[in-house]
Write a protein that binds this ligand. Sequence first.
Ligand code: CTP
Length: 398
Amino acid sequence: MFKGKKILLGISGSIAAYKSVLLVRQIVKGGGEVKVVMTHAAKSFVSPLTLSTLSKNPVQDELFTENTWANHVMLGRWADVMLIAPLSCNTLAKMAGGLCDNLLLATYLSATCPVIVAPAMDDDMWHHPATKRNLSLLQSYGNKVIPAQYGELASGLVGDGRMAEPGEIARFLHDHVFQSGELAGKKVLVTAGPTYEPLDPVRFIGNHSSGKMGVAIAQELVRRGAVVTLVLGPSSVKFDPSGMVVQRVQSAGEMYDACMDAFNGSDVGVMAAAVADYTPVTVEKQKIKKQAATLTLELTRSKDILKALGARKQGNQVLVGFSLETNNEQENALGKLASKNADMIVLNSLQDEGAGFGHDTNKITIFKRGGEVLTYDRKPKEAVAKDIVDQIVKMLYA
Ligand code: CTP
């Protein structure tokens, strides 16, 4: 699996460092060569002796001692990939800010090879806006993130923040670095699911979107090597988030903000979410009590994410929108292609059996800028995702 590959493993201070020991073993067993650099904090969790024995290479942890200087530049040049696992919150923040106060950071800053990180932290730290911002910064530097997972945490709590298992990290390395697909190095923003517009603490205005189509597209993009940010509305669809940064949002406003950030530096945007067109003017702090026989709600237009991205799109970015219609399908889809400055509109019509919300299948027609129209049979959403990504690849490399 890793024959002839050189992997530089950075270990920072987290209890998840015990999994790095198993990871080293797995990579070496797979024919790879591993060199380890670790922070001082990491040594409190795993011993350099264990790691040097398993990697068959000395472990380095000092930038310099009284009379030696560690050549961090050459370490970075030696490696085919630098993997930082576990990535603690502290090391993440330092990497995002460009700090250089230990060997791991100096090596990271001078590495010319691809860099992959596998964060590990507690649930609240994982969800802190500073962590999200720091991870996005790393991604904007071209680093790939193996997302933390849900599960039992060192604090005893159960939540997000658990480092991916060694087997998954090894698989990610193999799939994303050593066997890159046609979208390797491309960054893609995908939106999926419905949005919920709050009315009061217990009610919202929503829609029937399940998020299945957008998630299937995100997974297909990851499979072809892209780095995906999935901005996901309140969907309960189960999926493997490996290789994606998933940002959960509730309302159209939150989705808009997340997309405006993430689209900068992206090569492609795929807007598969069913975004509410209107949102309540006021959100009541207390539950609305029933009184008169009728109730009038005042709604205001929500911001159109696809349109806003279409307006700021740079020449080399590809923007894909969806169009869910019940009538005048072709005319409406073509209208959206033009008015939202998209490169491609994927039409699904509720007139077609097995198409649209909630189904495991979909039937689409693709309208491309330039006039090409492609019609497809009804298929499982995973197969539809392949068709859509095929067309994205074509547009990207046209
Ligand atoms: N969209 C968006 N932001 C909105 C509304 C829609 O980004 N506030 C995107 C959807 O994700 C989709 C496309 O715009 O990619 C078309 O969405 P659709 O609901 O079909 O059309 P609308 O623009 O809402 O127009 P209409 O309601 O008139 O059909």
